[in-house]
Design a protein around this ligand. Structure first.
Ligand SMILES: Nc1ncnc2c1ncn2[C@@H]1O[C@H](COP(=O)(O)OP(=O)(O)OP(=O)(O)O)[C@@H](O)[C@H]1O
Ligand SMILES: [Mg+2]
Length: 278
């Protein structure tokens, strides 16, 4: 159903060359990032807080505009697109966030149908029930997206009545409903209990395997990265300092990525943060 980007031959899914992002306050969040990510990859992006992981993902759906360098999605340079072309790019990029970003008072199935609206002005504020305004085929498709993340039985529950893990799976289903060509997840398990985190990561892996689309996941914690990632990209202070198969992510490499904030890699709070809370 989805219109294809102007895919250029067998260009990689994502290609960044000398990508830089300097925020208006002068923070250099990305510096000379060079990366190429294939269409069949499941990549985890790791690094300490403030390293630049979210900035990189946000450049890919252009929530953030790169300052310089080139950034290609399936061979199309997206670093400067705007207007209709930007909307078309965003449609191709399914994204989920740590905080789910659901419309809390809508039902689960309505939230998924929002994913079908394809970045038009949101009617969620104006239409009492979205469900009825969508043709049967669209509703069936939304159900299918929910089935894929194992929560079709919750379709008519209000989003704000679900657990965190269930809400994140609704967010995944909503992104799936967009029929994305690449899937990005920014700390998708950071606020979840271990069981829910496991389910969400398994959902992402299944999407990757069944839909054959590239998936990039920002993860703080090494254990999930090592269990689910096939390739790891380590970012430190805005620079890529590790890029290899996950098996190559040795203790030494982890130290290199996290530096003196190594405890973040294992989900521990730094001493300085603990003393700040005391
Ligand atoms: N909108 C913004 N304006 C200014 N600086 C920003 C903005 N967003 C992020 N930054 C800064 O850019 C740097 C990279 O931030 P980013 O959010 O990409 O890091 P991160 O690796 O995702 O961190 P975390 O693990 O805490 O989510 C940080 O120094 C951050 O303070
Ligand atoms: Mg982040």
């Amino acid at each position: 159903m989805s219109e294809k980007l102007h895919a250029v031959g067998s260009a990689p899914a994502i290609k960044a060359e000398k990508l830089n992002k300097v925020y208006p306050n002068g923070t250099a969040a990305l510096t000379d990032v060079n990366l190429s990510i294939g269409r069949d990859e499941f990549v985890v992006v790791i690094g300490s807080s403030g390293a630049g992981k979210s900035t990189f993902l946000r450049c890919l759906n252009r929530l953030v505009r790169p300052t310089s360098g080139s950034l290609e999605l399936f061979g199309e340079d997206i670093s400067c697109v705007c207007g209709g072309r930007l909307r078309r790019v965003r449609r191709k990029v399914g994204m989920i966030f740590q905080q789910f970003h659901l419309v809390r008072r809508l039902t689960v199935i309505e939230n998924v149908l929002v994913g079908r609206l394809r970045f038009n002005a949101s009617p969620a504020r104006h239409v009492p029930s979205l469900f009825g305004v969508f043709p049967r085929q669209e509703r069936e498709f939304a159900f299918e997206c929910l089935r894929q993340v194992g929560i079709a039985d919750l379709a008519f529950h209000r989003a704000d009545q679900l657990s965190g893990g269930q809400q994140q799976r609704v967010a995944i289903a909503r992104a799936l409903a967009q029929e994305p060509e690449v899937f990005l997840a920014d700390e998708p398990i950071a606020s979840l209990d271990p069981h829910s985190a496991e389910m969400v990561m398994q959902n992402l892996m299944r999407i990757h395997e069944e839909r054959r689309i590239p998936v990039l996941v920002n993860l703080h914690h090494i254990d999930f990265a090592q269990r689910f990632g096939k390739r790891a990209i380590g970012i430190s202070k805005g620079r890529v300092v590790f890029d290899d198969r996950i098996e190559a992510l040795s203790d030494e490499a982890i130290s290199h990525v996290y530096g003196d904030r190594i405890r973040e890699a294992y989900g521990e709070t730094a001493d300085s943060e603990l003393s700040a809370c005391a």
